[in-house]
Design a protein around this ligand. Structure first.
Ligand code: AOS
Ligand code: ZN
Ligand code: ZN
Ligand code: ZN
Length: 424
């Protein structure tokens, strides 16, 4: 399925007069509109290979049809997203689900779609066919050294595949933990995990990073060995300068102040990556901004403030990625919505009057500080996001164009109605 340039052009020219009216209005309202548009043009986010198919739950899976059947088709789907919004320029692979048989061909396909490889993900939360040991009771934490060794070697193999492809980072998310009190010794589980991570760290090329993702619970329901940002930061600090914490928004206990976590990790130079999504209850992996858009804005407010303070650029210094799972929506439509929500939150954060905010903070003017943030959040900056896309040659309204050009119907025609993507 290829979306042609003329389709984007005719879509844009139809929407242009209305867009220009809205843009003129907002340019009058917002002081640094042009600067925000430039930042939005530079913005890129990684799309995970596992978010392109229907995820399902442990109760079932209802395919939407036309899902990618292999790594090539996953790359094509992300290429399509990127063509529509010019902001989905990276792909994050999961090994062994996405192991490439023909590396040069995969690299060429990725380049052809204008994409780059984001962090590689290892998988020690499932037993793979033919493996000698089971991860039922953990991987890097396991009481049996042979199991730890198998998991370490898998991670080193993921690094090797990533080097071939041109990735620069490894994300380690562990399901390790325990389901019942007494099942494991917390300290020993931590120490085993640390030693295992140290071996993986030693195999990292000089220009690589490793991201240690934390998660409060699930699939283990009593303890998780990398359970929160404190534990992740302990590992990252003990490992060394190439190790960082990865924040997945859905991996916190209810009501956690994620924006404060982000601020302090940035301060410590230990924030490495992000899995954006949204949730109501737990690791729901719903569309970013669908439940708590104000929280998403507050997180971006800290990202913008903290990155500016450290002179950081998100494309070089932070791996911004989506981590999502789709049960009822078309995965591609959902990803377009997520990217839109993330860009909007970023734009709003960029529009915050930082000088006025600092003054209000210094004067303990609490009401004023709140007004400044909410002024930015409640101003509709969608025309700036659309303008960034227009200038980058993408669609003014990606979701509308996706539907109008019958992308899903075409994918179903070419791939079939009942397709199962490798992975979750
Ligand atoms: C799991 O909960 C984590 O969010 C992982 O980052 C990710 O979803 C997983 O690796 C994909 O299976
Ligand atoms: Zn995640
Ligand atoms: Zn999640
Ligand atoms: Zn998760």
């Amino acid at each position: 399925m290829n979306l042609e340039n003329y389709q984007i052009e005719s879509h844009n020219s139809e929407l242009l007069p209305k867009h220009q009216r809205k843009l003129a209005f907002i340019k009058d309202e917002v002081a640094n509109a042009e600067g925000i548009v430039q930042k939005l043009i530079d913005f890129q986010i990684g799309i995970p290979s596992w978010a392109l198919g229907t995820g399902g739950t442990r109760f079932g899976r209802f395919s939407s049809g036309g899902e990618p059947r292999n790594i090539e088709e996953k790359i094509e789907d992300i290429g399509l997203l990127h063509k529509l919004n010019a902001a989905s320029g990276a792909i994050s692979l999961h090994i062994p689900w996405d192991t490439a048989e023909n590396v040069p061909a995969i690299k060429a396909l990725v380049a052809q779609h204008g994409l780059v490889f984001d962090a590689m993900n290892s998988n020690t939360f499932q037993d793979q066919a033919g493996s000698a040991h089971s991860y039922k009771f953990g991987s890097l934490q396991h009481v049996d050294k042979a199991v730890r060794k198998q998991a370490i070697e898998h991670n080193i193999e993921v690094i090797r595949q990533g080097v071939e492809l041109g990735s620069k980072a490894l994300t380690v998310w562990l399901a390790d933990g325990s389901c019942f009190p007494g099942q494991l010794n917390f300290r020993k589980a931590f120490q085993n995990t640390l030693e295992s991570l140290q071996e993986i760290y030693a195999a990292l090329p000089a220009d690589w990073k490793v991201f240690v993702e934390y998660k409060a619970f699930e699939p283990n329901f009593y303890s998780t060995t990398v359970g929160d940002w404190g534990q992740s930061l302990l590992y990252a600090n003990k490992l060394g300068p190439k190790a960082f914490t990865l924040v997945d928004l859905g991996h916190h206990l209810p009501n956690a102040n994620i924006e404060q976590i982000v601020s302090l990790l940035l301060m410590e130079g230990k924030l490495g990556g992000f899995h954006f999504n949204d949730s109501k209850y737990g690791d729901d992996d719903l569309t970013a901004g669908s439940m708590k858009p104000y929280q998403l804005f507050l997180i971006f407010n800290e990202l913008v403030e903290g990155m500016d303070a450290r002179g950081m650029n998100h494309r070089e210094d932070l791996a911004w990625m989506i981590d999502a799972s789709h049960n009822v929506k078309d995965p591609l439509e959902d990803l377009l919505q997520s990217v839109e929500a993330i860009m909007l939150a970023y734009a709003q954060a960029l529009s915050v009057d930082r000088v006025a905010l600092q003054k209000a903070q210094d004067e303990n003017d609490v009401a004023r500080a709140q007004e400044i943030l909410q002024q930015a959040f409640r101003t509709d900056l969608r025309p700036l996001v659309a303008e960034a896309r227009l200038r980058a040659g993408a669609a003014l309204a990606p979701l509308e164009l996706f539907r109008a050009s019958n992308v899903r119907q075409e994918l179903i025609k070419s791939r079939g109605l009942k397709t199962v993507a490798t992975g979750l």
